[in-house]
Design a protein around this ligand. Structure first.
Ligand SMILES: [Zn+2]
Length: 286
């Protein structure tokens, strides 16, 4: 059983410093038995970044999705002001996070009295800290992980990412690199139902992340990633700018490089075709 103070010191030993802005991608179950509970884990993270630091959590809500991301749809961009109004302040504050997607910790963070949440109807983020409002303000409806998104603002703030007991397939930060590297497959549409029961479409939906693990050896070889343990969880910590710079350069050389090689994965098979890569050849390489 671990205390909150022990978790804080383990997070600091991993490399988290006071004043850091930190995207937390987490699996609470991976921590094992912890005496301080989920709220104690959140408190330990807040203590690790200290006053002046910020925490950012994915707070996705995909229960209203009608159709999964589809590549190649032809449609014009909707009015961005209309799109941002689709999730009202009321919903942003009260709609629970889909915890089966992103774990329980973002939901604990959402209930914190100082939490701010971006207004995206599907891919919102929760932020805590002095700059919380900066991270969630004016989140784009289309390309929710692209420029001006909370991820782009983490890059701007020279923040870091911690994978707390999760592997690279949860590393949503890399979606920013896919967009900035202009890989051909990021123009996906996703259809969902708004709170007013309108059918809405969003461009720039994220795709499969199963292939993201391919970047980990590059991160390790470049010594850009710190590995450690918090409670029973294996953790990875890396600077957002370093990771995005490396991933963007990698994708510019190999646009299909972060797609998975599962022949059953229709999203990656379609995406690889757009990249001009031969799926059959890629499958042989598995
Ligand atoms: Zn895939």
């Amino acid at each position: 059983m671990w205390t909150q103070a022990e978790l804080t010191s383990q997070l600091c030993a991993l490399g988290i410093r006071h004043g850091d802005s930190l995207l937390v991608i987490s699996s609470l179950r991976s921590l094992g038995e912890i005496g301080c509970g989920a709220s104690g884990v959140l408190s330990a993270l807040l203590e690790a970044v200290g006053p002046g630091g910020n925490l950012l959590f994915p707070a996705f809500t995909l229960s209203n999705v009608i159709a999964p991301p589809e590549i190649g749809a032809e449609m014009s961009f909707a009015d961005e002001r209309l799109a941002s109004a689709l999730m009202t302040t009321f919903e942003a504050e009260l709609t629970p996070v889909d915890t089966h997607l992103v774990g329980i910790l973002p939901e604990i963070a959402r209930r914190h009295p100082d939490a701010h949440r971006s207004r995206h109807p599907l891919y919102s983020f929760v932020a805590l800290g002095d700059d919380a409002e900066f991270f969630v303000r004016s989140a784009p409806h289309h390309y929710p992980f692209g420029s001006e998104s909370p991820l782009a603002k983490l890059f701007q703030k020279d923040g870091s990412v911690i994978l707390l007991g999760t592997d690279y397939s949860t590393n949503i930060a890399l979606h920013l690199a896919e967009i900035w590297a202009r890989v051909p497959y990021t123009r996906r549409s996703q259809t969902y139902r708004s709170s007013a029961q309108r059918t809405c479409e969003m461009i720039g939906a994220p795709g499969c992340r199963a292939g993201f693990a391919r970047l980990e050896p590059l991160m390790a070889n470049s010594r850009l990633q710190r590995n450690g343990t918090v409670a029973a969880a294996k953790c990875r910590l890396f600077a957002m700018r370093m990771a995005i710079s490396l991933a963007t350069a990698y994708l510019e050389g190999e646009p299909s490089g972060l797609l998975c090689r599962n022949p059953e994965c229709q999203r990656c098979v379609a995406a690889r075709k757009l990249c001009g890569s031969d799926n059959s050849q890629s499958n042989e390489l598995q």
